[in-house]
Ligand binder design. Structure first.
Ligand SMILES: Cc1cc2nc3c(=O)[nH]c(=O)nc-3n(C[C@H](O)[C@H](O)[C@H](O)COP(=O)(O)OP(=O)(O)OC[C@H]3O[C@@H](n4cnc5c(N)ncnc54)[C@H](O)[C@@H]3O)c2cc1C
Length: 423
């Protein structure tokens, strides 16, 4: 086909002329081997050009669907193009769970892991933290597997890979016994309470999200996702941290109907129907929003709140909602949570790039002293020099790119800018 494709939000029109849809792994291998430039497209939920290719794109959605339990019962091997939502339903039916999910269940497993996508929870690593093996098609068209146990030198590069090392065909993921979650929403927490008790609030659930619109020094909502089997004595009182227990379901974005959101009010339900904010049955084909996110050391979360407060007047007019979450440190070289427990400051913007674009450098300048790393799949303004200083293994990754892909088959404009060919 030669029609131009866009990402989910419609703010990026891919330059690639063709989108291939092979129906088998051998077909994919053949395609990659004979392509000059090619990259994988997941479900297209990234907000920048990270998935684009100056040559061709390939979707794995037509490959056979794989969900195979490992012999040890704690691992599952899945096809790369599978959406987390579909995987989660199958896993739950088998009595298993993933440790965490992102806010939207519709994103693909390979695409989410490639950008370091995360959910929330101070003990929960990014989604890539569950990966124990990656099977991929290399630039020559070979099928190779890189695993946590067998390849400790390269594995930490292969998981959050930005699609730069190969086309991932399967991933093996750690699983847990399935568990239930109860979701509570508290409203209107004073900013001073949040700043004074950030660690306590962020640690009050298995997964916690704090939402503010920066229109006032108040957190409009805090979503507490608590394991139903939690052994502590916490109980949902009508007031908590200066906020009120919501008396009905809520949507995190002011004015939006809560019907698309996962069930709240403390009703216990399976992990995959509570950990995402949005229901799997709700499938928006396009998004009326833009997103940015900055991940910084968790110990600096309060400093970050203080740093952003003076520019709230710039942020608020172009913001739909800001969400703050925590992510446990991981070992993936390009993970924004690489070797540091993290607080993630996410911004859902109005879909007006000319109005949003000037705000990003302001936020980045305010957060620069805190070593904030931008989310790879969202919009950011950082210079290549600034980004390089944030990732201690970035140059090692560039060397690996040179070894795995000397001709630059998997390169694109974003990689050329931020990870130029190693000398
Ligand atoms: C509504 C919404 C909610 C979101 N919520 C969250 C959230 O809660 N937390 C969070 O961290 N992020 C979130 N994101 C961002 C999103 O998770 C990331 O942008 C993610 O990478 C999207 O996955 P995708 O399958 O759409 O990948 P794409 O955007 O299609 O691709 C992303 C990258 O993955 C690579 N890739 C895809 N498939 C493969 C493959 N098979 N082999 C090799 N490389 C591959 C692509 O080449 C590209 O580099 C959200 C985005 C949206 C639109």
């Amino acid at each position: 086909m030669s029609r131009k494709h866009t990402n989910w939000a419609g703010n990026v029109t891919f330059g690639a002329e063709r989108l291939h849809r092979p129906s088998s792994v051998p077909q994919l291998q053949h395609l990659v081997a004979r392509s000059r430039r090619i990259r994988a497209l997941g479900t297209g939920h990234s907000f920048n050009g990270i998935a684009d290719s100056p040559g061709d794109l390939v979707s794995l959605a037509g490959l056979p669907r794989v969900i195979e339990a490992g012999t040890a019962d704690a691992a599952v091997t899945v096809s790369a193009g599978l959406a987390y939502g579909e995987l989660a339903v199958a896993l739950n039916a088998a009595g298993r769970a993933l440790h965490n999910l992102a806010s939207l269940p519709h994103i693909s497993v390979a695409g989410a892991c490639a950008t370091g996508t995360h959910g929330s929870g101070e003990r929960n690593g990014s989604l890539a933290a569950a990966v124990s093996a990656v099977e991929m098609v290399t630039a020559e068209g070979d099928l190779v597997t890189v695993s946590r146990d067998a390849d400790p030198g390269t594995f930490p590069a292969a998981v959050v890979s930005l699609g730069a090392l190969g086309i991932v065909t399967r991933l093996t993921l750690d699983t847990l016994p399935a568990f239930d979650v109860r979701q509570f929403v508290y409203e209107d927490l004073p900013g001073d309470q949040v700043a004074g008790h950030f660690d306590e609030i962020a640690g009050s659930g298995y997964s916690v999200s704090l939402f503010t619109d920066w229109r006032s020094w108040t957190f409009r909502q805090v979503w507490l996702k608590r394991r139903a089997d939690a052994a502590d004595s916490w109980a949902p009182g009508p007031r908590w941290m200066g906020g009120r227990l919501a008396d009905g379901p809520r949507h995190p974005v002011p004015g939006m109907p809560p019907g698309n959101c996962t069930e709240q009010l403390g009703v216990p339900g399976p992990w995959h129907e509570r950990l995402p904010h949005f229901r799997l049955e709700f499938t928006p084909s396009a998004g009326d929003e833009l997103q940015s996110e900055y991940l910084l050391p968790r110990a600096c979360a309060i400093d970050a709140l203080r740093a952003l407060r003076p520019v709230a007047g710039l942020i608020a007019p172009v913001l739909r909602i800001c969400e703050i979450r925590t992510v446990a440190a991981d070992e993936a070289w390009l993970s924004p949570a690489y070797r540091r427990d993290t607080a993630a400051f996410h911004f859902t913007w109005v879909k007006d790039w000319p109005a949003v674009a000037p705000v990003l450098p302001v936020i980045e300048e305010r957060l620069a002293p805190l070593q904030a790393r931008p989310h790879w799949g969202k919009l950011f303004a950082a210079s290549p020099e600034a980004l390089r200083g944030l990732y201690p293994r970035l140059d090692d990754f560039r060397q690996l790119m040179r070894c795995h892909d000397p001709a630059g088959k998997f390169r694109n404009d974003l990689l050329d800018r931020y990870l130029p060919p190693a000398g």
